[in-house]
Design a protein. Structure first.
Length: 367
């Protein structure tokens, strides 16, 4: 969650820590929805960039060009959009996943998917340490590269409350290498002599956002596009264990910090802080339960196929709105601090995943 302190008199009257009333959120929400309404069509016109990237860019630009948009009057709406709408978008996006599609991928594809996932997450830890890219930025770039780009970044952000600057860096990195992949993968695939199945598996495991996977896959061939899309959707299910793991790690880290502070204040654990026990609601966030329920309903046929295009548009609009709100809350100085290192981390991870996908195909005999 992007935490923004609200100093308007109307909010202050509700007491410290109290949630703003809905009416206080309306002005900021109207700004967010207006910019999202512009970003989503732009994303459909240029799918390799996508609505979410346009959303955060428009949000940053609007905040810079019109400083009044960063006033306290708009902050409750921005905070609501950057948290609640972000979580809701993940639930809606779950309706695009069918568990039957996982079965269709086949056992031969799963080792490649799991292997590239391990390479991406392990590489994020290793290269992040070497480059000095740590914390939220390291996590989001790793998860975005490992799973499904902007959607994974959104889910991880909702789970750990990542900083605005980290979200922006991760999205910029994912976008950069999505463009490179869409342009480079088809000619490289032909150069390597990959058949449709091999290329589809390569694209589905080594390209991040779904739109970019589709663009590269169907540029290669119809069969390659079909294979790439199924692999990509199956890969998206890895969000479930990854988000649960992130929530557990974050909660334990907070518990250790609270315990240390408690000991420093000679309070020990008398207040029950730092017991290390996590309630299930914290281990499995509600939005992730909603995501799994949505995917289950889709698999059972409760969510008709005819609804998919509309639901996909709704999900994209919600995630774009959340990223618009994050962009509006940002300061350019937040982006200048990390410099080139996050982009270097993204480049190393992207290259590692692309190469390991081909290597694992060779080892498993699918290439």
């Amino acid at each position: 969650m992007v935490h923004v302190e609200v100093s308007s008199p109307a909010v202050a009257e509700t007491g410290p820590g109290a949630k703003p009333h809905f009416i206080e959120r309306v002005p900021g929400l109207l700004v967010v929805l207006a910019l999202a309404a512009a970003a989503v069509p732009l994303g459909r016109l240029v799918p390799v960039i996508g609505g979410p990237v346009f959303g955060i860019v428009l949000g940053v630009l609007a905040g810079v060009l019109v400083p009044a948009l960063r006033g306290s009057w708009a902050r409750p709406g921005y905070e609501f959009a950057s948290k609640t709408l972000l979580q809701l978008s993940i639930v809606v996006l779950g309706t695009g996943l069918s568990l039957q599609q996982v079965v269709k991928v086949g056992g031969d594809s799963l080792p490649v998917m799991l292997g590239t996932l391990t390479v991406a997450l392990g590489g994020a830890w290793l290269f992040g340490r070497l480059l000095g890219v740590r914390g939220d930025t390291q996590t989001l770039i790793g998860v975005g590269t490992a799973i499904c780009g902007a959607s994974a970044i959104a889910a991880a952000t909702a789970a750990i409350g990542a900083k605005r600057s980290s979200v922006a860096y991760a999205l910029a990195t994912i976008f950069t290498f999505n463009v490179v992949a869409v342009l480079a993968f088809p000619p490289l695939g032909h150069l390597l002599g990959l058949d449709a199945q091999a290329f589809g598996l390569w694209a589905g495991t080594a390209i991040n956002d779904t739109s970019s996977v589709v663009a590269a896959g169907y540029t290669y061939s119809q069969a390659a596009g079909d294979q790439a899309l199924v692999v990509k959707l199956t890969r998206s299910l890895m969000l479930i264990p990854i988000v649960i793991g992130l929530v557990i790690l974050k909660s334990r880290r907070e518990a250790r910090t609270a315990t240390a502070v408690g000991k420093a204040d000679s309070m020990g654990t008398a207040s029950g802080v730092g017991t290390g026990r996590l309630p299930w609601r914290r281990m499995v966030p509600l939005f992730l339960i909603g995501f799994m329920l949505a995917a289950t309903l889709r698999s059972l046929g409760v969510v008709p196929t005819a609804w998919q295009e509309s639901l996909s548009l709704v999900g994209t609009f919600l995630i774009t709105s959340a990223l618009v709100a994050i962009g509006l809350s940002m300061r350019p100085s937040e982006l200048r601090k990390a410099g080139w290192r996050p982009l270097a981390l993204g480049a190393l991870l992207w290259a590692s995943v692309a190469l390991s996908s081909l290597g694992l195909q060779l080892l498993t005999g699918t290439l």
